[in-house]
Design a protein around this ligand. Structure first.
Ligand code: SF4
Length: 75
């Protein structure tokens, strides 16, 4: 399984995560920050557990993120 963690408050809306994994990330036009689809929010941190087949795309998203607000954990 893969855990994706998004520290959304620090997102600068560059769109790279959406390009890497468009099924998992969308842009919120209201505030110009990306949304981790289906994530659960707790104190401003959004978290989602998903299947291993999303690992590569979302690892790329994390690596591309210029402000390093995406973390990926495989377990
Ligand atoms: S790559 Fe990072 S900064 Fe850019 S939209 Fe995604 S989370 Fe935000």
């Amino acid at each position: 399984m893969v855990r994706i963690i998004h520290h959304r408050i620090r997102c600068i809306g560059c769109n790279y995560c959406i390009e890497a994994a468009p099924y998992r990330w969308v842009m919120d036009d209201a505030d110009g920050k990306s949304i981790l689809v289906d994530a659960v929010e707790k104190r401003g941190i959004y978290t989602l557990v998903t299947s291993d087949d999303e690992y590569t795309d979302n690892l790329e998203a994390a690596e591309l993120c210029p402000v390093k607000v995406i973390r990926i954990e495989k377990f």
